[in-house]
Design a protein around this ligand. Sequence first.
Ligand code: IPM
Ligand code: MN
Length: 355
Amino acid sequence: MSNKSYNIALIPGDGTGPEVLNEGLKVLNAVSSKFGFKLNYEKFDFGAERYMRTGETLPDAAIEDVKKFDSIFLGAIGHPSVKPGILELGILLKMRFALDQYINLRPVKLYPGVETPLKDKGPKDIDFVVIRENTGGIYTGVGGAVQVGTPNEIATQVMVYSRQVVERCIRYAYEYTRKRNKRKQLTLVHKNNVLTYCGDLWVRTHKEIGDKYYQDIKQDYNHVDAATMWFVKSPEFYDVIVTENLFGDIITDLAAMIQGGLGIASGGNINPEGVSMFEPMGGSAPKYTGLNVINPLAAICAGSLMLDTLGESEAAAAIDKAVSNILASGKIKSLNAGQMGMGTKEIGDLIANSI
Ligand code: IPM
Ligand code: MN
């Protein structure tokens, strides 16, 4: 029992975002009363609708508002009538940078009863975590273009990393690996055979920090192209992976598929010293909006991740266990929208009641 109270900013967002967030909240409320802490919510209307109405994505004043919260819980952002990139850059990336959410945490876990496209692999084989650096690299936007539209056009987009940005991510990853306490292995994923400057910086930092402070953790390295092969062939090889931003973006989508798809994949954009944001990885799925057919499990798991990061690890584990048990029971027919054998709300009820 913690007797604590947390203020959570809610961004339901677009499409099916509000529906899945509601089910996430149902489950959060169930664990909070069981484990004796309080969750206070305040809703924010950032997303396509507000953008189309006002032209605003995430105003600077809003950033100051959400900084006062303990955490942020997001449904989904994206709408077919808004040009791709506007909301992604204007809301999601702006938030990451403004709140310095420098870690992207993506647990990759195949729950019992969930189908994976990997033949002969089961829950004991697919259970690892990807820690993606979340504010540096190519995402910083350093670069430019000249003579645009001419045959001589030149464009650059530069992978930028400082020692400080690499080191804080690597340190977080070692701490996480130690706390997770499974195989105690931290695999750095990069491409240092070609990216000789940035790769070298990551490799040296991984080794130096590991040798000095984390001798209990096994150090390991994969090139990113090879890692995509191992994800499919031998996922059981991994415990915790740490990687730079764009590589992490790519490999975590592959990872989502081997854990059963976007219906179950959740993630956190974390500032370990500040305000973090948690979200289901699936998008706003516009065509399923309001039909009670979208899978809320990813949002429910994102809630668990949020509680774990807030320090309510027992409550987080209780959600994880409930999800695992319900999936093992076979009551949910599929993780795909419309094929679940029950509705969005019914899955939320099922998990909440089993807590
Ligand atoms: C993700 C997304 C974002 C990213 C997009 C929407 C900007 O793909 O969270 O992985 O590239 O990081
Ligand atoms: Mn992505």
